[in-house]
Ligand binder design. Structure first.
Ligand code: GP9
Length: 381
């Protein structure tokens, strides 16, 4: 009973009915959400060796609401934590992955909300269907159908599974046949550590100080994934699906960590403080794209837990209970980093300094999330 009371108060505090110019903009449109493996924002709108690293995403940003102060909030469940955060607006567990530990719970999620609105739903991930237990968790998140490596021709195998170019091209064909309106969550794979890409797939000419380093390899795979995304958008456009779809893109977690900061310092020719690292390099992209959107950077500080309420507001679907905030409304501006610490506009507190009242509030939020998951809170609804 005490837990229920605490949880009820948390929901009441987090709900945000705010109005904004893109409220229900996507009502009745398809929703395509793309979770990009290991994508960090410092590669956006950047050139190396005379070429843009992410020409497709840069073009998308011109017609996107984008969030430069957006953080990954994953812990040990890595990519699966990112899917869990964005789909349910709950935080990952302190230990292990929710996908393995609680795959059969009842969850409020984007997929379940849109399904109630009459959407068909499809998850796509070109790896083994059992990876991160997705085959059991995706139905609980509202995906009626789940396309995995077995359903791809596998003409292009790179790293952990089907290369993003084959994955995106084939998926565009699948979406063409998908009952309308649809919601599809697509999880990319190729930009995965150790960023090992066959030479013929590399299109950047890297300067000497970057070439052959982890950072250089990372930039090559980021560029490859960006090109794959470009093929996907082109295909959607030629099928007439682009205008009728809202495309949401976000990074699942960092791929270059603070321990590798010296590689970026070498590339940029300047030193980067820890504060600067968390402000400008450790953020991951989050953008909401449609050709009819006038590109705008949104100043709000947020994280993956805020994706569901923000997208629910744009799609005009329900978001009744979760721990995120609508970043297009008036969010509180505090981003809890569950692996330790939090970020606000004026503060960046590392895990060695979790002492103030604000960080206690952060810990309380994480406890509530943990109780919700472990108690299967929504089971009776
Ligand atoms: C594997 C892919 C990568 O299926 O999602 O997962 P990660 O290793 O980043 O958690």
């Amino acid at each position: 009973d005490d837990d229920r009371k605490r949880i009820g108060t948390a929901f009441a505090a987090e709900r945000d009915p705010a109005d904004h110019p893109y409220k229900a903009f996507g009502k009745g449109k398809n929703l395509i959400m793309i979770q990009v493996e290991s994508l960090q924002s410092f590669v956006l709108n950047e050139e190396i060796g005379g070429k843009e690293i992410t020409p497709t995403m840069n073009r998308m940003m011109k017609h996107s609401l984008s969030f430069p102060h957006f953080y990954a909030q994953t812990i040990a469940g890595n990519s699966s934590d990112a899917e869990f955060l964005t789909q349910t607006a709950l935080y990952p567990l302190k230990s292990g992955s929710v996908f393995f530990r609680y795959p059969s719970n009842t969850y409020h999620s984007i997929g379940n909300s849109l399904k109630k609105d009459g959407y068909s739903t499809l998850g796509v991930h070109a790896d083994e269907k059992t990876f991160w237990n997705r085959h059991l968790m995706y139905p609980s998140l509202g995906f009626e159908d789940y396309k995995t490596i077995e359903q791809f021709p596998q003409k292009e195998l790179v790293g952990m599974g089907v290369g993003d170019k084959e994955m995106f091209t084939e998926t565009a064909g699948t979406l063409k046949e998908q009952p309308y309106p649809f919601y599809s969550l697509i999880v990319t794979l190729t930009n995965h550590m150790p960023y090992d890409l066959p030479a013929e797939k590399k299109s950047l000419s890297l300067p000497e100080e970057v070439n052959g380093t982890l950072l250089g390899d990372y930039l090559q795979t980021v560029r490859y994934t960006d090109e794959a995304l470009g093929l996907f958008l082109k295909e959607l456009e030629s099928e007439g699906l682009l205008e009728d779809s809202v495309i949401v893109l976000y990074g699942d977690h960092n791929g270059i960590f603070e321990g590798d900061k010296s590689l970026i310092e070498q590339w940029k020719g300047k030193s980067i403080s820890t504060e600067e690292w968390y402000r400008e390099y450790a953020t991951v992209p989050f953008m909401i794209y449609n050709p009819g959107i006038k590109g705008k950077e949104i100043d709000a500080y947020g994280g993956q837990v805020d994706v569901y309420p923000t997208i629910a507001s744009v799609m005009g679907t329900s978001y009744t209970s979760g721990l995120g905030e609508n970043l297009l409304g008036s969010p509180s501006g505090t981003v809890v980093i569950p692996s330790g610490g939090y970020v606000t506009k004026s503060l960046m507190i590392g895990k060695d300094r979790m002492k103030s009242g604000l960080s206690e509030k952060a810990l309380h939020t994480l406890d509530i999330s943990e109780s919700l998951i472990k108690g299967n809170y929504f089971v009776d609804e």
